[in-house]
Design a protein around this ligand. Structure first.
Ligand SMILES: *[C@@H]1O[C@H](CO)[C@@H](O)[C@H](O)[C@H]1NC(C)=O
Ligand SMILES: *[C@@H]1O[C@H](CO)[C@@H](O)[C@H](O)[C@H]1NC(C)=O
Ligand SMILES: *[C@@H]1O[C@H](CO)[C@@H](O)[C@H](O)[C@H]1NC(C)=O
Length: 187
């Protein structure tokens, strides 16, 4: 408690200082476009629901009786921290992680997930940078694409698509390995 009190006090002081000096600020200048590059990345995402160390955990769902034929009914919500690897094998070199949420969001029979996911790279050329995916993912379709709406670090102001292919799926427990082919345009 003794340690928490001074910290809380400091925080309050900081907030007060900001409140005194901060002013709303706005300025516009002509936008100077820069030559953009197109980057192609290929890696695999491992989404593991089973076992005692899952990378995808359900945090919410509808209050209905479980239907064994539909493990992800409408409104089921997962939080993920899925490893991204160079190859499809679970032992393949990890190059990053996919962190965020996906939500089962179709009322009809064709399962659609909407993904709110940040693909972050921890290795290689794009270490420390990430891509923001905000998109529906019509998982029953063979070829599907996700929208990349932005990024951080070297992917600042990025936009593009991820073409997704299912490499492996266990329909009983939901574990999956997905091939991600990313095409992004960025400064
Ligand atoms: C779930 O629904 C049942 C029946 O409608 C209700 O009795 C129960 O309180 C609900 N549980 C929660 C957690 O809302
Ligand atoms: C579900 O998907 C199938 C195959 O892609 C399609 O023919 C059908 O129209 C879809 N159903 C709905 C309700 O969208
Ligand atoms: C799929 O999941 C079920 C249930 O966890 C398990 O019994 C089965 O061995 C898995 N199949 C494969 C090919 O791993």
């Amino acid at each position: 408690m003794e340690k928490i009190v001074p910290l809380a006090l400091l925080l309050v002081l900081c907030i007060c200082t900001i409140r005194v000096h901060a002013k709303y600020y706005s300025k516009s200048a002509p936008y100077e476009p820069v030559q953009e590059k197109k980057t192609h990345l290929r890696f695999f995402l491992h989404d593991t629901l089973s076992g005692n160390n899952p990378s995808a955990v359900q945090i919410a769902g509808p209050n209905t009786t479980k239907n064994v034929n539909d493990p992800t009914p409408f409104a089921t919500t997962f939080v993920i921290d899925d490893p991204l690897t160079e190859g499809p094998e679970p032992t393949s070199k990890v190059i990053g992680n996919a962190r965020g949420l996906y939500v089962s969001s179709s009322k009809d029979k064709n399962l659609t997930l909407v993904m709110y996911v940040d693909l972050g790279f921890t290795n290689g050329r794009f270490k420390g940078s990430s891509l923001s995916v905000f998109s529906r993912n019509p998982v029953t379709e063979k070829h599907r694409e996700l929208a990349v709406v932005g990024g951080r670090g070297r992917f600042r102001l990025a936009r593009g698509v991820v073409l997704v292919k299912t490499q492996y799926l266990n329909i009983t427990n939901g574990d999956a390995v997905l091939e991600y082919n990313v095409e992004v345009v960025h400064p």
